[in-house]
Design a protein around this ligand. Structure first.
Ligand code: C2E
Ligand code: MG
Ligand code: MG
Length: 512
């Protein structure tokens, strides 16, 4: 056993075994000859026949021993390659990365030189895979791995540790701070990928741990880098986070949400609140945005920013999103006839094969007219697969349904892509509105967005308007439709209001 496990003694051990097998068989051959098995053949004397038999026996046994060892070698090699290297990319697999992290940790302890473990994951890869198919999904991973390898210095260890998850061991040797390195890496890695049939965009989430500060145990380090990654993912698309001990608690909360969502859905915990959208020129409410609310029987209100991203990851957003659409379309009956209802559509929902069929089915079931329905889709959702998104948007436009590009300005899209898409409205993100009265360049950005919309022949709406000053500056910039706490907070449609709505517009109950 020891000889086998010691690589230096292996060749000698094998030589002895092969020699012993050959010698043993030779002796057996001679012994057989003595017992008279080697009778005369074709006139040859029996002792010559016997010697030939003995030599052949020895040769066969030695070859058998040799091929056995070759086989052992091959299968050991095979098992090693299978478990240590990822077949798709040729990179270190998870097992191998654990070994590499252990080595790096040992070095860190010895030399004191910190090493970063960077965990990189493609957002919603499962859904990308489902919509583009497995073979193109594989192509994307290969292209991603190739680019990652090229983006990093040669001596940097990198591995594929999950379906779309990669780990990088980055020693803290350069003058550049790690956040600059990671930001540059994200920038490079989120450039679109040319696949066989289309250009595929991706978003990333990145988590970082530092050795030895955040630990030296490889499994713990991987868990912590993943916690940081999850934290980055929850805080917004295209982001990164460095590990912080509080993240363990956040992870527990996320896990609780994940396990509770299904029960909550069946129990009927969800409700919709509505927020008015005002046309400042006409001086009237033109539509209402439906916003989901989760009221847990014990924990109370859980905001959508906490549970929607998790529902998207687990796929629960599909039944929840369908419920929202159905409920909002049926609630529209209680809104004034000249108002539309705006429904938020998750990128996951938007990209499913049966999205259009679901919308048609809901419209039929609720009897809502297409001009009274608006779908809010984020620009990042549209950029995931531009061709498919363009086709879906075209179908919606043909059905007479309006689409608003939600959170406009927060994505990383190239504005020229917008020309390919059929949509009716750009919804200027709250982050611009909140700075419009303090930062002069923001005003210029808003004016540019309004100008762009006009050039494209679409409308604009600004969200998150909280002050009179903001509303005034928005109007000055040419944005006439607004939504925000200044005009009404999201609130439920109450029974009284529903009754009143048959005559006039419902007043909405605002929350403090
Ligand atoms: P969103 O679609 O951009 O919605 C606007 C968010 O800004 C809402 O937060 C709204 O309550 C909040 N808001 C409105 N006016 C103001 C204001 O004046 N000041 C401030 N500070 N906030 C304002 P909410 O309801 O927490 O929703 C957050 C996000 O969750 C939404 O952003 C949307 O992305 C998502 N979401 C909400 N409901 C749904 C839904 O039914 N389906 C899906 N897929 N996502 C939803
Ligand atoms: Mg919205
Ligand atoms: Mg928004």
């Amino acid at each position: 056993m020891e000889a086998l496990s010691n690589p230096h003694r292996k060749p000698l051990f094998r030589l002895i075994t092969i020699g012993a097998s050959g010698l043993g068989s030779f002796v057996v051959g001679l012994w057989g000859m003595k017992l008279g098995f080697g009778g005369s053949i074709a006139g040859m004397p029996s002792d010559i026949v016997g010697a030939i038999v003995a030599a052949l026996c020895a040769l066969a046994a030695a070859l058998a021993a040799l091929s056995f060892f070759a086989g052992v070698d091959e299968s050991a090699d095979y098992v090693f390659k299978e478990t240590h290297f990822d077949k798709l990319t040729g990179m270190h697999a998870r097992v191998s990365m654990i070994g590499k992290i252990t080595e790096a940790a040992a070095r860190t302890i010895r030399t004191g030189e910190p090493v970063f473990l960077i965990d990189i994951d493609i957002d919603r890869f499962k859904h990308i895979n489902d919509s583009i198919g497995f073979s193109q999904g594989d192509e994307l991973i290969r292209a991603f791995a190739r680019r990652l390898r090229e983006a990093l210095p040669e001596n940097i260890v990198v591995g594929r540790i999950g379906a779309s998850e990669f780990a990088v061991l980055y020693p803290d040797r350069t003058d550049k701070p790690i956040d600059r390195i990671v930001e540059q890496l994200i920038e490079t890695m989120t450039e679109p990928y040319q696949l066989r049939t289309h250009l595929q965009s991706v978003n990333l989430s990145v988590g970082i741990v530092a050795m030895p500060k955040d630990g030296t145990d490889p499994v713990l380090l991987l868990r912590r880098s993943n916690l940081a990654l999850q934290h980055a993912r929850a805080s917004g698309i295209g982001n990164w986070s460095a590990f912080h001990p509080d993240m363990g608690q956040v992870a527990d909360h996320r896990q609780w949400i994940e396990s509770e969502l299904h029960t909550a859905f069946l129990r009927g915990d969800f409700d919709l609140h509505y927020q008015p959208q005002l046309d400042l020129v006409k001086g009237k409410v033109v539509g209402y945005e439906a916003l989901i609310r989760w009221i847990h029987p014990e924990r109370g209100m859980i905001p959508p920013t906490e549970f929607v991203p998790i529902a998207e990851e687990t796929g629960m957003i599909l039944p929840i999103g369908k419920w929202v659409l159905k409920r909002a379309c049926s609630d529209a009956r209680h809104l004034p006839k000249d108002c539309f209802v705006a429904v938020n559509i998750s990128p996951v929902q938007f990209m499913t094969k049966d999205f259009i069929a679901t919308v048609q089915q809901v419209m039929q079931a609720t009897g809502i007219k297409p001009e009274r329905l608006e779908l809010e889709v984020t620009e990042t959702a549209m950029m995931q697969d531009r061709e498919r998104a363009a086709a879906i948007l075209k179908e919606l436009a043909e059905m007479g349904i309006s689409v608003a590009v939600d959170d406009f300005g927060t994505g990383y899209s190239n504005l020229s892509y917008l020309i390919d898409f059929s949509f009716r409205k750009l919804k200027i993100d709250r982050s611009f509105v909140s700075r419009i009265d303090t930062d002069s360049s923001t005003g210029a950005v808003v004016s540019t967005i309004v100008g762009l919309s006009r050039a494209l022949g679409v409308d604009t709406i600004a969200e998150g308007v909280e002050t009179e000053n903001q509303a005034m500056l928005l109007r000055a910039a040419g944005c006439d439709v607004v939504q925000g706490y200044l005009f009404g907070k999201p609130g439920p449609l109450t029974i009284d209001q529903i009754a009143a709505a048959s005559a006039t517009a419902p007043r909405l109950v605002g929350h403090a």
